[in-house]
Design a protein around this ligand. Structure first.
Ligand SMILES: Cc1cc2nc3c(=O)[nH]c(=O)nc-3n(C[C@H](O)[C@H](O)[C@H](O)COP(=O)(O)OP(=O)(O)OC[C@H]3O[C@@H](n4cnc5c(N)ncnc54)[C@H](O)[C@@H]3O)c2cc1C
Length: 441
């Protein structure tokens, strides 16, 4: 079952040319297109299915600095301001609010990791508070339990994944950008080695700049172009329940289960990091590079099934530009949720917050989280293909940094001063054999 998602209209005609074509209408693609249109550029956004229908509507909605890898922290901080600014400048509702994020734990090692992160974050100007057991019990009063400690990060928040990407796409259209749903990009045209157009199922759009924000499909698309982009996806399951009478915490993390309140009072419930690994040909191809990442996270990973192959997003097959491609066969990646995980999540949530026992499960769904080997996205012009900017591999935490990433991509496309240092994200790091540190989160 798909999660709730607002609908937006499609622009009536595909333009023959645009300054920039953005491929993929997830949170990264829509914010990129919005910031480009804001600078007066003509922008066409092509989306094979519906705006926001893949990862960007399937997530928890957390927009956090807390526990971010050092490489992503500046982008996370800028993004929080940009979420607020977007609402103020467009009047559109993404559901973003700085409700603060609450983390509770009884595990000394976990508390000590949070404490070290806090010391580092302080040097970057981010304030979060360690909670002692009394403060943790007070903030986590709804759990009715004792806690050894916790963290509260007051400047972080959440946005509504069902509203955010459609709201940004609507704002893009108000600025004159066009949005084409049910319109897959099949490939890229080159002239003299440089991007000269994007081939879509509805025709070619001439352009000198294409942004590939294709989420879990990015690596197979790159493969058609002879570009090696190591990417793997895992399937995470999540559910939502109906509102309850008393207000529970807006956003609560515990290692057992996490709970996020939506604006309409529903709660999204999930187990952090728990996922099924659905092996695909692409997964096997890049497996050696993902060994350090999987070694770090293996405790939460379970063997999967055929959902990855059914999705078709990790195919190694070549496709033609004049015939339907895997992207047209699967308009929306809507993998099956893992029912044992859904049941376990609900059970743990009710144990943590007994009041949730009154709530009914309204939706259960899954999403493929696309990851890079070091857990940091690839953002930047692809080496050897001028005019193609890659923006994928957001590794399970790209929703919250959507505005900052979109701004950075628009900066790179227009040669403007980058909003954050682009070096940690550059795709050229994927071409060598030396791999950086795997992100901690
Ligand atoms: C269960 C779950 C929980 C998560 N929780 C959080 C969280 O709390 N906070 C957080 O920050 N992140 C979270 N994430 C991660 C976050 O959702 C993603 O990192 C983010 O949404 C990625 O955005 P995206 O635009 O790159 O990809 P997507 O949202 O997947 O969008 C890519 C789009 O590209 C389209 N596309 C692909 N190929 C083509 C093509 N050739 N032509 C046209 N269109 C194409 C697809 O249809 C898709 O709509 C979570 C993810 C999941 C699944």
């Amino acid at each position: 079952m798909s999660p709730p998602l607002n609908h937006i209209e499609t622009s009536p005609t595909l333009p023959a040319a645009a300054d920039v074509v953005v491929i993929g209408g997830g949170i990264i693609g829509v914010f990129t297109a919005y910031y480009l249109a804001q600078r007066g550029l003509s922008v066409a956004l092509v989306e094979k299915g519906r705006i926001g229908a893949e990862q960007s509507s399937r997530n928890w909605g957390w927009c956090r600095q807390q526990n971010r890898d050092a490489r992503e922290l500046p982008m996370a901080s800028k993004s929080l301001d940009l979420w607020e600014r977007f609402a103020a400048e467009t009047g559109e509702d993404t559901g973003f609010h700085r409700c603060g994020l609450l983390y509770l734990s009884n595990d000394e090692a976990e508390l000590s990791r949070w404490s070290s992160w806090r010391a580092f974050a302080k040097t970057a100007g981010v304030t979060t508070y360690m909670l002692d057991s009394r403060q943790a019990a007070q903030r986590g009063q709804a759990t009715g339990r004792a806690w050894k400690g916790g963290v509260f990060s007051p400047s972080d928040g959440t946005a509504d994944p069902g509203k955010a990407a459609p709201a940004v796409a609507r704002a893009l259209m108000k600025l004159g950008g066009s949005v084409h749903q049910h319109c897959a990009a099949r490939g890229i045209e080159l002239e003299g080695g440089r991007v000269s157009g994007v081939v879509t199922e509805a025709g070619v759009i001439k352009t000198r700049t294409a942004v590939l924000a294709g989420g879990a499909w990015a690596s197979s698309f790159c493969r058609q172009l002879g570009i090696r982009f190591p990417q793997a996806s895992i399937r995470q399951s999540i559910l939502s329940v109906s509102p309850v009478e008393n207000r529970l915490p807006d956003a609560l993390f515990t290692s057992g289960v996490s709970v996020t309140r939506r604006n309409d009072g529903r709660y999204a419930l999930a187990i952090s990091g728990r996922a099924r690994v659905d092996v695909t040909p692409q997964f096997m191809r890049f497996a050696p590079q993902f060994v350090p990442m999987f070694a770090k996270r293996w405790r939460n990973l379970l063997p999967g099934g055929l959902e990855g192959i059914r999705g078709g997003h990790e195919t190694l097959k070549r496709w033609r530009l004049d015939a339907p491609t895997p992207m047209e066969r699967v308009r929306i990646l809507d993998p099956k949720p893992d029912l044992p995980t859904v049941r376990e999540t609900y059970r743990r949530a009710v144990e943590l917050l007994p009041e949730l026992g009154e709530a009914k499960i309204t939706h259960a769904w899954a999403g493929f989280v696309d990851s890079t080997p070091d857990g940091v996205p690839g953002i930047g012009e692809v080496p050897d293909m001028p005019g193609l900017i890659l923006a994928a591999g957001f590794s399970g935490h790209g929703f919250g940094i959507g505005p900052g990433a979109g701004h950075l991509i628009a900066d790179l496309a227009t040669g403007a001063e980058p909003i954050v240092d682009p070096i940690p994200y550059r795709p050229s790091r994927f071409s060598g054999s030396a791999w950086g540190k795997v992100a901690d989160f």
